[in-house]
Every structure is written in C-alpha cells, then in structure tokens.
Design a protein around this ligand. Structure first.
Ligand SMILES: [Zn+2]
Length: 134
C-alpha cells in the first residue's frame, strides 16, 4: 500500500516497525522531515491507512496582514517584542527551524507550512548573531 506524502509539509513519510520482546510489534508512519507521526498501530496496514486519511492543515489560510490589523497597538507591541526576543535568542544560540517554531515559539505542527512559506526556514538557516559583549 502506498504511503502518502506528509499532509503538513509535503515531504516523504515512511513506515516504522517497533519490535518488542515476545514478538510484540507496533507500527507507525512518520514524516521524515517534520517528524509528525501516526503511531501505535497493530499492523502496517492500519498505520498506513490512518496516515493516508490524516487531515493535514497545509491549507490553513492565514491572512497575516488581516490578523495584524485586528490587533490593538499593545498587542502588536507585545507580539513583536516576543518574536524579536525569540529570533534574537535563536540567532545567538542557533538550532533548527523546527526547534525555532515548536520549542522557542511554542507552535505545533499545524504551523509548519505557514511559517515555512513566510520565510522562517530562510531566517533560521541564515541567522547568526554574535554573542553580546559584556
Ligand atoms: Zn512533514
């Protein structure tokens, strides 16, 4: 059975079999890029089936300009200060794009493609900020 590409980022997904003692096995399908998974199935067929029917949110339409305009000035200031802080932390301490969006910014996998398309991967890959001098 064919495994569909990742519904979140569009990259390749693969089947993984976890083998435990006494021949006990669990099956999962996971994305090789963003690591989203459908786990803990009794058979490869049910894992693949669950994966292939997973509804991704690649088509989340975020009107970021509209969202921005709907915020108050204090919300804009707070959001911008937070993002600046996290981006600058990321530039000094580095890390992957996924680390930036999931760990530093606190998003889940639904945010992956939206933030990818907004240029986040380029920022993450190219950003190097020298450490602060005391
Ligand atoms: Zn993916």
């Amino acid at each position: 059975m064919e495994i569909k590409s990742c519904p979140f980022c569009g990259q390749e997904a693969v089947l993984n079999v976890q083998e435990f003692s006494f021949g006990y096995k669990r099956f999962e399908v996971y994305c090789t890029s963003c690591l989203v998974a459908k786990s803990n199935y009794d058979s490869s067929l049910s894992a693949i089936n669950a994966w292939n029917h997973r509804r991704g949110k690649m088509n989340i339409a975020v009107d970021e300009t509209g969202v921005w305009k709907s915020l108050t000035d204090i919300e804009k200031l707070g959001a911008t200060a937070f993002i600046f802080k996290k981006i600058s932390e990321h530039g000094r301490e580095s890390g992957s794009f996924r680390f930036l969006i999931y760990t530093r910014l606190g998003f889940d996998t639904d945010a992956y493609s939206v933030l990818l398309e907004s240029g986040g991967l380029d920022i993450s890959n190219n950003l190097v900020i020298p450490p602060k001098e005391d």
